[in-house]
Design a protein around this ligand. Sequence first.
Ligand code: G3I
Length: 346
Amino acid sequence: MKERIGIILLAVGLVNCHTNQAQPPAQTIQSVASFPFGAALSPVRLTNDAAYRQTVEREYSSITSENHLKMHHVHPEADRYDWQPGDVLVNFAAQTGKRMHGHALLWHEAVPDWVKNFSGDSLAWETLVRDHITTVVQHYKGRVAAWDVVNEAFLDDGTLRKSIWSEHLGPDYIARCFQYARQADPSVNLFYNDYGQEYSPRKLQAMLTMVADFRRRGIPINGLGLQMHTHINHPDEQIEKAIRQTAATGLLVHISELDVRVNPKGEANFTPSADHWQRQKAKFAAIVRAYRTQVPKNQQHGITTWNVGDADSWIPKFCKCTDYPLPFDKAYQKKPAYEGVLDGLR
Ligand code: G3I
């Protein structure tokens, strides 16, 4: 009898063992990626939406603040900073062991009313910007690994954008912003971030010229962000070329706001077909593969998608159309695009 029980227990053990072997843990983006991979987050969704939070915790090793470290959020009045929403993200990153990327210290679209209404001479404007950058960078010193210091300062034709910043600070303001950020935190990585390098060689050239100029003058800069808001029809070769040319600077390279629209013309009542999903999958795979193969290992700051799933994407609000630009659907289920990301990482 004892022998029979022993044989049965052994058999059960073997079956269990076999079952365990047959079910390896599911792969995730962060388990497959050899570099940081992340998403831009909202602290509100992170707090209120369990599926969103679980997806981020499971899949990503890096996070970027989508909106709440922009000037109009974090510094809403001249003498008041609002750290709470940004702290939710920074604390989440610390608690879950994820890298925190701060976005963005200076951007012409994130200007609070008190700045729009500010009047003062060039020294007063300079002080305003220096104090803002110094205060925010020092507040998060040691907890934010990298900052987008200046965002979208160039136009597609490669000229400097006319903005509240260039108007009041003069054409060399970008360099001084980097110096202020460096003085506030000697070890944080400092990025210039912009969009459109894959379709606008002139804008890419403007960035490269700026980097060469910074080098000559000893202005600190560690990395370049290629936002990469793109779509299923954009040629792979152009994307790969932009990544390669950016990597040739020797700086860190961040694909910083990746999404791939399936409805780039913004057609009304658009319903994607199986072919759209496959083309989206192929585009994600091509971009991730180009990054992995064209950017030297020590320059791989990583890839960040702009938002997590199609439910929280900024695109539909922006284009006032239907679109589905991310690897997760509206219920945070994996789409073919998710497999495309994994394909590109392998
Ligand atoms: O939260 C309010 C809500 O209370 C209100 O009812 C609603 C009415 O429109 O607005 C909501 O705020 C919006 C916010 O997104 C959250 O959805 C703002 O109006 C809207 O302007 C804001 O847009 C953000 C945009 O930057 C401007 O700051 C997007 O979320 C954000 O994804 C986008 O991110 C930028 C990057 O910073 C730079 N690169 C381009 C990228 C996309 O535009």
